[in-house]
Design a binder for this molecule. Structure first.
Ligand SMILES: *Cc1c(COP(=O)(O)O)cnc(C)c1O
Length: 370
């Protein structure tokens, strides 16, 4: 299976290895080491925010962001029906009700035209998710939020370095969450970051992630807190990766151009688009297998797999997830989400992908298409 093409393979640059070894050599392996602060500062500078707070995952970053906004059991949070389950679970951890909004047919992001009708007196926050590395259309979302006095939490787990109208995603709402899971553009193996310009929110996030220790008296805790601390080793890995972000984004752009050039003429395959307002970082190269292709998405994926090409299907609509519908059953339909969830998949898109591998993926797709 030497010519098997995996859906994701990360890259660990030499500088990252050097920093991790340095952390090991100095004995600073816990969450008190110097790489934590260095990584947080470098990340805040990259995104253009005042505060970046490292946490154990994208999921816990979202949870901390929502808790810092004091989202709780009587509240509602609006988020897209098409997203990774962690976005929804983070809302559910707070006890708030997730309220789903359908997405745009071309970017798969929250559709601002369908957002305002979801607002009720209980709406406390809106959570746009920048799907597959393409920015949401943030201006109308921010306008609606401001009009109703609602906070915006960006789920920026898939968009390290991507922009909206020239501004970094993750710096546009009140607070944002990134993920550093193994398949994300910057990775610490497992990890996440909360970003915000708001001093008070940042302070709350720092406290909540470290068991809400009282500043006045050690071992006195006035609020429920969490241990979402990260080791210095992971921070060292993250810093070493972050220094290569520009290069990583070039790799992603090259990947997308390569695939699009080869695949855009094939009938029934819809290749990704980039809106004028966005710099797309192509976290994953996502395509739709539409009816004209003459084969279902699942048949297509199975044929690719037979020939050693690994793919992943799109997310399942959130409102259909048993863990969600059991608590929040709904009769509502989300036609766009349902359409894309059934037809979408992404191709091998990791940072370690080579031209030869992409060549093979495209050859296999062409052979399957005729
Ligand atoms: C990966 C991801 C998360 C969760 O991040 P973890 O680090 O895996 O917890 C949340 N939201 C989106 C959109 C993601 O892609």
């Amino acid at each position: 299976m030497s010519d098997f093409v995996p859906v994701n393979e990360p890259v660990v640059p030499a500088s990252a290895k050097k920093y991790v070894n340095d952390a090991l050599d100095t004995g600073w392996i816990s969450s008190a080491g110097a790489y934590i602060g260095k990584f947080e500062e470098a990340f805040a500078n990259t995104i253009g925010v005042k505060h970046a707070i490292l946490t154990t995952s994208g999921t816990t970053a979202l949870h901390l962001a929502l808790e810092a906004l004091e989202v709780g059991p009587d509240d509602e949070v609006i988020l897209p029906d098409f997203t990774m389950i962690a976005s929804v679970f983070a809302v559910m951890y707070t006890g708030a009700k997730p309220v789903f909004c359908d997405v745009e047919p071309d970017t798969y992001n929250m559709d601002p035209n369908k957002l305002e009708e979801k607002i009720t007196p209980k709406t406390k926050a809106i959570m746009p998710v920048h799907i597959y590395g393409h920015s949401c259309d943030m201006d109308p979302i921010l306008e609606i939020a401001a009009k109703h006095g609602i906070s915006v939490v960006e789920d920026a787990a898939e968009i390290h370095g991507g922009t909206y109208k020239g501004k970094m995603c993750g710096s546009l709402g009140n607070i944002s969450a990134f993920s550093f899971y193994g398949n994300k553009i910057i990775s610490t193996g497992e990890g996440g970051m909360v970003c915000t310009d708001d001093d008070e929110l940042a302070e709350r996030v720092r406290s909540l992630k470290d068991l809400s220790h009282s500043k006045q008296k050690r071992f006195v805790h006035e609020k429920l807190g969490y241990n979402y601390r990260v080791t210095n080793l992971q921070a060292a890995l993250g810093l070493g990766q972050l220094e290569h972000l520009e290069e990583f984004l070039k790799t992603k752009e090259h990947m997308a151009n390569f695939y699009t050039e080869r695949l855009q003429g094939i009938k029934g395959i819809r290749t990704p688009i980039t809106k004028d307002y966005a710099k797309n970082v192509y976290w994953m190269y996502a395509i739709l297998i539409e009816d004209e292709f003459g084969m279902s998405r699942d048949e297509f994926a199975a044929k690719l797999k037979e020939q050693g090409v690994d793919t992943r299907t799109f997310f399942v609509p959130c409102h259909e997830q048993p863990a969600v519908s059991e608590l929040y059953p709904t009769e509502e339909t989300f036609p766009v989400t349902e359409y894309v969830a059934e037809r979408g998949l992404y191709l091998p898109s990791g940072l370690a992908i080579t031209d030869e591998q992409m060549e093979r993926v495209c050859d296999v797709i062409e052979s399957v298409a005729v």
